[in-house]
Design a binder for this molecule. Sequence first.
Ligand code: 5GP
Ligand code: ZN
Length: 111
Amino acid sequence: MSEDCIFCKIAKKEIPTEFVYEDENVVSFRDLNPQAPVHVLVIPKEHYSSIREVTDKEVFAHLMYGVQKTAEKLNLKEFRTVINTGAAAGQTVFHIHVHVLAGRDLLWPPG
Ligand code: 5GP
Ligand code: ZN
């Protein structure tokens, strides 16, 4: 737990949030400011600021399993997963999270 980390508070249910998926290692929930019709964040319950700080490789397995189960729950067949690392890459919340986006044209690069 990192003091004042919003995603730690969500994971610990200190901020009431409806989870799309939860298991002992991760939770997922809808993004506050969705960038697509479906925009869900998958986070580990344990605090790591970003990919760079993860010290237990199992965390990556737990996160990707959380992505799979989240997609299953939402019946998503096609979706994009994104992880931003560092402010210059667009990271604004420094608790590692995987974005799951779906429901619109997500081809990359656009056009
Ligand atoms: P980042 O830019 O760090 O990759 O993504 C952070 C995401 O968290 C943003 O898409 C932002 O909308 C979302 N977000 C920030 N604060 C909250 C919050 O309190 N609740 C939820 N559900 N999403 C949040
Ligand atoms: Zn945290």
